[in-house]
Design a binder for this molecule. Structure first.
Ligand code: CP
Length: 310
């Protein structure tokens, strides 16, 4: 059983809770892969997606996850909602609560916005990405994909390359992977490397070859142009030339290493198109697993709600 009504970050989850989510996601993937995906596990429940930033994967996979489990789902379009009239996040949350919503999935540019919302609503709040802080469901689906491909997470060598500093995906992955006993090595231009990353247990490599050396999984991260202020690297072609992952760099990884990316990918910048579309790439499998992981989270949080009279 999960220990909270909300999913705000991997920082708050214990290893046992992460394993429970991964095991439940494996059951959900069987349902998702069956001809009739319908289940009534969450019949009568309702989910709202409240996204203050753009999304393709996270929002639609939460909406599909709710549908496959029999819940109703509604998207609040922030651009045309009363947020534009100055309504506060807490007032928006309390308004949704008054409609007896069970789950709110929020993406917000401000780190901590999901936590603030969670403190003011009865609904379970799921963090769909908050600023440069956490993106817990993305990391859970990444870890699920690694475990599915490699059998276990403990002892895996994972290389994460790209814009570590501005990436909520990187932080959630480092937190989750370390809790499950993986080794994490990161590499980025100095302007995209947070100073405190080693305190979380990640090793900082001096070159992309060193980062990838002996890796079981290599993850490229999107250049977060929308979160950068000022030139952090000279040009995209120089970035890909010095920091991108290509076949030459992958020769340093294990022969059976997998390639991951949370998406959306800047093709030819973080990864070459050949790697993105190649046989080592599990990027589309990550998308499938994202639906299974989000189904698992809705189911497990639903059980928490029932057990706690919510
Ligand atoms: N990886 C991810 O969060 O993708 P979206 O922005 O499309 O949701």
């Amino acid at each position: 059983m999960l220990k909270s009504k909300d999913l705000l970050g991997l920082k708050d989850l214990g290893a046992e809770e992460i394993y429970e989510i991964l095991d439940t996601a494996a059951q959900m993937k069987k349902l998702l892969s069956s001809e009739c995906k319908a289940s009534d596990a969450l019949r009568g429940k309702s989910l709202v997606t409240l996204f203050y930033e753009n999304s393709t994967r996270t929002r639609s996979s939460f909406e599909l996850a709710a549908k496959y489990l029999g819940a109703s789902e509604v998207n609040i379009s922030v651009a045309t909602s009363s947020v534009q009239k100055g309504e506060t996040l807490i007032d928006t949350g309390e308004t949704l609560d008054a409609m007896k919503i069970d789950y709110i999935v929020i993406r917000h540019p401000m780190a901590g916005a999901p936590k603030l919302l969670a403190e003011h609503v009865r609904a379970s709040v799921l963090n769909g990405g908050d600023g440069m802080h956490e993106h817990p469901t993305q990391a859970l689906l990444d870890i699920y994909t690694m475990r599915e491909a490699k059998g276990q997470v403990k002892g895996l060598k994972v290389a994460i390359l790209g814009d570590i500093k501005h990436s909520r995906v990187a932080l959630s992955n480092v937190l989750g992977l370390k809790k499950l006993g993986a080794e994490v090595c990161v590499y980025a231009p100095a302007t995209m490397m947070p100073r405190e990353i080693e305190k979380l247990g990640a090793r900082v490599a001096k070159s992309r070859e060193e980062a990838v050396d002996g890796a079981d999984a290599v993850m490229g991260l999107r250049i977060q142009l929308e979160r950068q202020h000022g030139g952090l690297f000279p040009s995209l072609s120089e970035y890909s030339g010095f920091y991108g992952v290509n076949d030459g760099v992958m020769k340093y990884a294990k022969k059976d290493a997998i390639v991951l990316h949370p998406g959306p990918v800047n093709r030819g910048v973080e990864l070459t198109p050949k790697l993105i579309d190649g046989e080592k790439s599990l990027i589309l499998e990550q998308v499938t697993n994202g639906v299974a992981v989000r189904m698992a989270l809705l189911k497990l949080l639903g059980e928490y709600r029932e057990a706690n009279g919510l």
